[in-house]
Write a protein that binds this ligand. Structure first.
Ligand SMILES: CC(C)(COP(=O)(O)OP(=O)(O)OC[C@H]1O[C@@H](n2cnc3c(N)ncnc32)[C@H](O)[C@@H]1OP(=O)(O)O)[C@@H](O)C(=O)NCCC(=O)NCCS
Length: 189
């Protein structure tokens, strides 16, 4: 798969963590080269037209006990779309799931430059059909191509330990967001 970076990925805290890709013609939402496709599902770079669907999908992540939760806010999503680091799985016009990719680095307390899945959510009616794995595998592929570690970060209530370990991630020490602990998973290239 060919990947070119047009814009740097944002740095910061994430709850599900990884990297972004960049397309040759994202405005037309060409399928990402090399992205897995199952029964018409395609990994695409989100456009402004996807904003509302991504926002409602990311709102599924909202946890009542997390102060400062921002992964479904307009600024977070619009910036990710603008910087071409919001990936979606679509089947024709139906948006099934979304992932925002971010950068991690020493300024955020990480030992090395890395990629991270900032958010990952699949609409309930499309879960357990491989959409989430398709997005994460895409992120894994991106990180490998860039030779970077890939992080996935997940608040405990999401119960995603088996999901990430099953995708080959290892567990790192837990971290805290506004005092709320979350799991940290990582995968080296
Ligand atoms: C976590 C989430 C993104 C996963 O998305 P998903 O599309 O359901 O993920 P997948 O279908 O790829 O995989 C989920 C499970 O279904 C299984 N699965 C995949 N395709 C399947 C199929 N065709 N038939 C049966 N099971 C299948 C996978 O093996 C996986 O099993 P595991 O959880 O035991 O590892 C989704 O559940 C979600 O949005 N949850 C709410 C938000 C959240 O928790 N986000 C994660 C934050 S880190």
């Amino acid at each position: 798969m060919e990947i070119e970076h047009r814009t740097p990925l944002a740095t910061g805290a994430g709850i599900c963590g990884t990297a972004e890709e960049s397309p040759t013609s994202s405005k037309h939402q060409q399928p990402r080269p090399g992205a897995a496709s199952t029964a018409g599902d395609r990994v695409l770079t989100a456009t402004e037209a996807d904003y509302e669907a991504v926002r409602t999908t990311n709102s599924l992540l909202r946890l009542p006990d997390v102060p400062g939760f921002y992964w479904d806010t307009e600024s977070y999503i619009r910036e990710a779309i603008r910087e071409e680091r919001c990936m979606v799985v679509k089947n024709q016009t139906v948006l099934k799931g979304a992932m925002v990719l971010e950068r991690r680095g020493p300024e955020a307390g990480y030992a090395r430059e890395s990629l991270a899945v900032g958010s990952l959510a699949v609409r309930p009616e499309y879960r357990k059909t491989g959409v989430g794995m398709m997005l994460v595998r895409y992120a894994v592929q991106r990180a490998r191509q860039e030779g970077l570690r890939l992080y996935a970060e997940s608040f405990f209530p999401y119960r995603k330990v088996d999901f990430y370990l099953g995708l080959g991630f290892r567990r790192g020490p837990q971290r805290y967001f506004h005092g709320v602990p979350y799991h940290v998973f990582f995968l080296d290239p």
